[in-house]
Write a protein that binds this ligand. Structure first.
Ligand code: S3P
Length: 169
């Protein structure tokens, strides 16, 4: 069940389908879709890749926190596609908890994610050893996704519309 006055936040690793599923959910729920990577790009006028290249990951993570906090502060209940790394920061995890949003962890095996991320334009962290990096990220982040999640939905062997139905249930 989706409470009408609460945000829905999709979290999970790169390639799991947060943007695609978020778009479908937003349409179904007649809500805006807020995507933290896009919020960063419009706020800074730079791409995610440029921010990583020019200022480094730590600077990107600060932008990411601002984008997440901004999205959570929006008054209209939204669907928020949160970039894969939002759970790394304790501040972000606390903000997710405090917001009362329904947080959905979309999970998948690193093998499936590696297949899906072959065109990682805004994913400089996957430029080398995509599968190995995704396996390492899965190990490092799993407990953090679990900590923030109200619901866990596996996307392995499921169509996009099945996943959307599972999130709405
Ligand atoms: C990242 C995920 C990416 C993007 C950046 C870093 C991560 O977003 O923010 O490349 O550390 O997991 P998506 O999860 O939307 O691909």
């Amino acid at each position: 069940m989706i409470a009408p006055d609460r945000h829905v936040v999709l979290v999970g690793l790169m390639g799991v389908g947060k943007s695609t599923i978020g778009r479908m959910l937003a349409d179904r729920l007649h809500r805006p879709l807020l995507d933290t990577d896009q919020l960063i790009e419009s706020a800074t006028g730079r791409t995610v890749r440029q921010i990583f290249a020019d200022d480094g990951e730590a600077a990107f993570r600060e932008c990411e926190t601002q984008a997440l906090l901004g999205a959570l502060a929006s008054e209209t209940p939204a669907v928020i596609a949160a970039a894969g790394g939002v759970v790394l920061s304790a501040e972000n995890r606390a903000a997710l908890e405090a917001s009362g949003a329904k947080v959905v962890w979309l999970s998948a095996t690193p093998e499936l994610l590696a297949q899906r991320t072959h065109r990682g334009v805004h994913r400089p962290l996957l430029d080398a050893d995509r599968l190995g990096t995704l396996q390492r990220m899965a190990n490092e982040r799993e407990a953090m996704y679990r900590e923030v999640a109200d619901v866990i939905v596996s996307v392995d062997h499921r169509s996009v519309s099945d996943v959307v139905e599972a999130v709405l249930r």
